[in-house]
Write a protein that binds this ligand. Structure first.
Ligand SMILES: [Zn+2]
Length: 247
C-alpha cells in the first residue's frame, strides 16, 4: 500500500476503527516505513496539556525577554560608556580651558615695577614682580591710537603656584621702545609708542613715558646689558637679554 494512503489511514488504524484488510495492509507498510511508524508513535504521545503548552510558551517568552534584556543591557552599557566618555571629555575640556586659556588679567594692584633705570643707549631696565605666589605664563601686548602700549599679564582661571627659578612673575625686564618703533615702521605699521603701561585701562601702571627722566643704569648694568652695534658682545648680550614681555 502506498505511503500516502497509509498516512491517511493511520488515525483510523490507531483508533482501531479501520477494517481488518486495511489494518493488515498498514502493518505491512509499518514494517518498512520509519515515517509512518513515527507518526503512529506520536499519536500515542500524550497531547501537550495546556500546562505544557503554557510552559513551552512561557519558556519561549522568557527566552525572548532574556534576549531582549541582554540586548538592552548591551545598549545600556554602550550608552553608559558613551556618556562616561562624554563626561570625561567635558571634564578634560573644562580642565584645559581652566588651566590653559590665559584670559584673565592680573589685577593692577598686584603688579610691582621697581628699579626702573635707563641704559646709556636709551633702553630701560626694570624689575617686574607680581605680588602673590602664583606663576605667570603669558603677557599680552595691546596698543591704542594714542601711542600707549599695554603689557597685560594674563592668567588662566586656575594657575599653578610659582616655581623656583625662571618665571615671568618675578624677573628683570628690558624695554627697547626705539627698536619697537623702528620695527613697526619697517613693517609699515603706523604706530609710535610714547608710553608703556602694565595692566589695562584706568588701573594700568605706568612704566615709561617719552621724555621721562629716569635714573641712569649702573656701570654693572651697562657692563651686563649695554652693547655696541655689531660687536660680538652685542650679540652675546642679546642672546642673554632678559625676557621681553611678548603676546
Ligand atoms: Zn509510510
Amino acid at each position: 500500500m502506498e505511503h500516502e494512503i497509509v498516512m491517511d489511514l493511520l488515525p483510523l488504524y490507531h483508533d482501531g476503527v479501520c477494517s481488518a484488510a486495511s489494518r493488515a495492509a498498514v502493518e505491512v507498510h509499518l514494517e518498512t516505513c520509519d515515517i509512518c511508524r513515527e507518526a503512529l508513535a506520536e499519536m500515542d504521545a500524550p497531547l501537550p496539556t495546556a500546562e505544557t503548552q503554557k510552559n513551552a510558551a512561557d519558556g519561549a517568552a522568557v527566552k525572548k525577554i532574556s534576549e531582549e534584556w541582554k540586548k538592552t543591557r548591551w545598549k545600556a552599557r554602550l550608552k553608559g560608556a558613551a556618556m562616561a566618555a562624554a563626561v570625561c571629555l567635558v571634564l578634560v575640556g573644562a580642565w584645559l580651558a581652566a588651566t590653559q586659556l590665559h584670559l584673565f588679567p592680573v589685577p593692577a594692584e598686584k603688579i610691582q615695577l621697581s628699579n626702573v633705570r635707563q641704559l646709556s643707549d636709551g633702553r630701560v631696565l626694570y624689575h617686574f614682580y607680581i605680588d602673590d605666589d602664583l606663576n605667570l605664563r603669558r603677557v599680552k601686548f595691546e596698543y591704542d591710537e594714542a601711542g600707549n602700549k599695554y603689557y597685560v599679564p594674563l592668567r588662566a582661571l586656575i594657575t599653578e603656584k610659582r616655581w623656583d627659578g625662571v618665571t615671568l612673575a618675578d624677573r628683570e625686564m628690558i624695554l627697547d621702545v626705539a627698536e619697537e618703533n623702528t620695527w613697526a615702521e619697517s613693517q609699515g605699521i603706523d604706530r609710535e609708542v610714547t608710553r608703556v603701561w602694565y595692566g589695562r585701562g584706568e588701573e594700568a601702571v605706568l612704566l615709561w613715558e617719552e621724555g621721562m627722566d629716569l635714573p641712569a643704569a649702573s656701570a654693572a648694568d651697562e657692563a651686563a646689558w649695554g652693547y655696541e652695534q655689531g660687536s660680538a658682545d652685542y650679540w652675546a648680550a642679546r642672546e642673554n637679554e632678559p625676557l621681553k614681555a611678548g603676546g
